[in-house]
Design a protein around this ligand. Structure first.
Ligand SMILES: NC(=O)c1ccc[n+]([C@@H]2O[C@H](COP(=O)([O-])OP(=O)(O)OC[C@H]3O[C@@H](n4cnc5c(N)ncnc54)[C@H](OP(=O)(O)O)[C@@H]3O)[C@@H](O)[C@H]2O)c1
Length: 330
């Protein structure tokens, strides 16, 4: 099969190679036992793969390896008792091995793909949307009617969080860095959009009537303190990632003074050993797809052999929505 491997840890320009490999064994990288074998039509590209090209991600398989954590495609075979069977269109989280014509995922991480979604959208349905649901509903204890500020809102996790927050009955304010990203956040369904360089904290305070209930932050860096200042009483700042490049520090007196919280949300490590939780989150996301609330925003698309260009788009802050590799036609 055709596949793309990371062959050295030198960054997205040179680290990747298109190779011809034997098909994978039908057991997933993420869990023991038989898995679901998927003929891949589209593979999702995300920040962790960028970090992997530099050896900077916590999951560090020996070189060379096939990266790619999530795919959409058609089931070739599934173990007894799985909720999907041969011929089904699915979205699947394989952890590794997604940048290839065939990938293997655990059955608890393989979900039927609704007819309303194409394969490219399916390739953006698990990592970002499960993370957003986990962060908002489970870690952030979001309630109907709450207002949610989303940083990096035109990005993968950010655009997903806008839609999940709406599905949970909330109102959203997106923070983005450019007019182009404003349009993406609006397409994703943001109720309000604020530009980073227009004094975003004061804008957010004004538009939310004094402060937001939740800040979802995949960016970190120097905006963190202003995010804390944007919270209303009993507000929660949910830490999801650090694309801004630096890990913020909190002066905890701010939490005391504001009666606020900082909450960590690390999806992968938490859900990996909890099959039932994944099925529960998958069902909640499935209902939001059926209700028309979730429609993954697909940004740039590249053929498999241009995986390096896809990762460079993310590296250079040009990516919007989900970056996708088209692996097979259709
Ligand atoms: N906690 C978890 O379980 C979990 C799960 C999935 C992903 N993540 C993490 O969440 C983060 C976001 O992932 P993503 O897929 O949404 O990434 P993405 O699509 O590339 O979006 C990230 C956003 O970050 C902002 N940003 C600010 N400074 C940046 C910089 N120097 N370089 C690149 N982007 C910058 C950009 O928005 P503006 O230009 O509008 O500022 C960009 O749209 C990553 O750190 C990822 O590892 C965490």
């Amino acid at each position: 099969m055709r596949a793309v491997q990371i062959v050295e840890e030198s960054g997205p320009e040179r680290a990747l190679a298109l190779v011809d490999l034997p098909e994978p064994e039908p057991s997933p990288a993420l869990s023991p036992g038989p898995g679901v074998v998927v003929d891949v039509h589209a593979a999702g590209v995300s920040f962790p793969e960028l970090l992997q090209t530099r050896g900077q991600y916590q999951l560090k398989p020996p070189l060379p390896f096939v990266p790619g954590s999530e795919v959409a495609g058609v089931v070739r075979s599934a173990p007894d008792g799985a909720a999907v069977s041969a011929g089904d269109r699915v979205a699947a989280f394989c952890g590794l091995g997604g940048f290839a014509e065939t990938a293997v995922a655990p059955e608890f991480f393989t979900f039927p793909l609704a007819p309303a979604l194409d394969f490219a959208q399916g390739a953006g349905l698990i990592l970002n949307y499960h993370t957003a649901y986990f962060a908002l509903a489970l870690r952030g204890r979001m309630k109907r009617g709450e207002t949610v500020l989303v940083h990096g809102a035109a990005g993968g996790v950010g655009s997903a969080a806008l839609q999940v927050a709406r599905g949970l009955g909330g109102r959203t304010i997106a923070v983005v860095s450019s007019e182009g990203k404003r349009r993406v956040a609006e397409r994703a369904g943001a109720d309000d959009v604020v530009l980073l360089d227009e004094g975003w904290k004061d804008e957010v305070k004004e538009r939310s009537g004094g402060g937001v209930d939740i800040v979802l932050d995949p960016v970190g860096g120097d905006r963190f303190t202003d995010s804390l200042r944007s919270l209303r009483e009993e507000g929660r700042l949910i830490v999801v990632g650090f694309t801004g490049g630096s890990i913020p520090e909190v002066r905890v007196n701010r939490l005391l003074l504001g009666n606020t919280e900082v909450v960590g949300a690390g999806w992968g490590a938490y859900v990996m050993g909890k099959p039932d939780l994944n099925r529960e989150v998958g069902a909640a996301i499935g209902h939001m797809v059926d209700d028309g609330v979730i429609r993954p925003i697909v940004g740039d698309r590249f053929p498999l052999e241009r995986a390096g260009d896809a990762l460079q788009a993310i590296d250079e802050r040009r990516a919007t929505g989900k970056v996708v590799l088209d692996v097979r036609p259709g």
